[in-house]
Design a protein around this ligand. Structure first.
Ligand code: LLP
Length: 405
């Protein structure tokens, strides 16, 4: 059974550090990483944690301490990874629609780079030729992922170089002597079906013979974790077995041994995170019972933005009578976390916990309505440490400049 923080532990942390508070469980992250390593033990696989899911530097340091690499989506994330102590060779930068200047900065920092446009590929080739190995992000025209907003590999997607342009890539490789070491795809987030990954592998295997310098197939992220009670995530063992079968078979038939890279975000941190809020107001309106919490779309936007399900429990009254609630936020917009949800009886002042809050929770938080972002606490070795203090009005004013009247 995976490790979880108990209601008691969560309430104690909320009482100590106040709410709203994001709580992360280091050992749970380690557990997820170990699952991956174990499932892929038969093939040469390296995992780069997609840190866009959660970048608190203490989380990055923990990820480093367990031996996992890191995948970044901006040069700022690359800088954070360096500050957390990752050496450049353990950092991957998978860019999307960025300026060539940012790619040059990443190159100066010495990290692995996946380039996702023909124009940047051409500039890179002209400037660096064969001297610096790179990856290319391809759009494999595969529809996958939990919903359209988080699907990235289909034929209308902005991501990657369309497969139809492969001849242009080959032309650039010839003309500028590009050193293409990696073929990358990332088809979407929350991909449950192992066959989707198999399809991606098949597309890439069909291209390998064009690339004499190729050493790595990077399959991106997108592993699904369960959000609803009873729901299943990606079968990691089945995926590991399938990938091993494909790559071992490919090596036998072509003599080419390739490394496999993955960039898991949600899989690493989603279940390790909890958002604990306090109930400000209970409001009855006709049949609807509203529980209004001291949080909102400014702290956890996933339910409103993607229609995502986050399981909610009342940790102050775990054994109370089950009643249906609309759990809503305190932002001046309709920020509904959950509709018609069965939760043990909620009283004003109770603590509600939102599960699966580790990935894309705090990371997508904002100061909308000039409200403060939550504090963050890391639980490691049974000790709770504040890793981001609560904000003050000064923080909100910090970058503003009072113009002369
Ligand atoms: N690699 C690349 C190139 C990506 O774009 C992403 C996510 C990942 C890896 C990690 O994907 P994951 O393993 O976390 O599914 N905010 C959305 C998810 C957006 C994902 C963006 N790219 C959400 O909360 O559902």
């Amino acid at each position: 059974m995976p490790q979880v923080l108990s209601h008691r532990q969560l309430s104690d942390i909320a009482a100590t550090f106040g709410t709203p508070v994001y709580i992360y469980h280091a050992e749970r992250i380690t557990e997820q990483y170990n699952l991956l390593k174990d499932a892929f033990r038969n093939v040469d696989t390296t995992f780069f944690y997609a840190c866009k899911a959660l970048t608190n530097i203490n989380i990055l340091k923990h990820i480093k301490s367990i031996g996992c690499n890191v995948d970044c989506s901006s040069v700022n994330e690359v800088q954070l990874a360096l500050m957390a102590g990752f050496p450049p060779e353990k950092i991957l930068y998978t860019s999307n629609n960025i300026s060539f200047a940012e790619i040059e900065t990443a190159k100066e920092l010495g990290v692995h780079i996946n380039i996702d446009s023909l124009s940047n590929l051409e500039k890179f080739g002209k400037k660096y030729g064969h001297s610096y190995p790179i990856g290319i992000r391809l759009r494999p025209n595969i529809m996958a992922g939990g919903n359209l907003k988080i699907s990235t590999g289909h034929d209308k997607s902005k991501f990657g170089i369309p497969l139809e342009d492969i001849n242009k890539v080959l032309g650039l490789m010839k003309d500028t002597n590009l050193n293409i070491r990696t073929l990358h795809i990332h088809t979407g987030s929350e991909i449950k079906d192992v066959e989707v990954f198999a399809k991606g592998i098949e597309v890439l295997f069909g291209l390998v013979h064009h690339f004499p310098d190729l050493k790595v197939i990077d399959l991106g992220g997108g592993l699904k974790v369960p959000y609803m009670p009873g729901e299943m995530g990606t079968d990691i063992r089945a995926l590991g077995a399938k990938v091993a079968e494909e790559f071992i078979g490919f090596e036998k038939s072509t003599g080419r041994k390739l490394e496999i890279w993955f960039e898991p975000g949600k899989f690493m941190v989603s279940e390790a995170g909890y958002l604990v809020t306090s109930v400000n107001v209970i409001k009855q309106s006709g049949d609807i019972r509203f529980a209004g919490v001291d949080s909102g779309l400014n702290h956890l936007i996933r339910p409103m933005f993607y229609g995502a399900y986050h399981h909610i429990e009342n940790i102050s009254n775990s054994d109370g009578k089950m009643l249906t609630y609309n759990v809503v936020g305190n932002i001046c917009e309709t920020d509904t976390f959950a509709d018609n949800r069965l939760i043990s009886e909620i009283r004003e002042g109770d603590y509600l916990v939102f599960y699966n809050a580790g990935a894309y929770g705090m990371e997508m938080a904002s100061n909308y309505n000039s409200r403060f972002k939550p504090a963050e606490v890391l639980v490691k070795n049974n000790t709770s440490v504040l890793i981001r203090r609560r904000e003050t009005l000064q923080d909100i004013l910090h970058t503003q400049i009072l113009a002369a009247d």
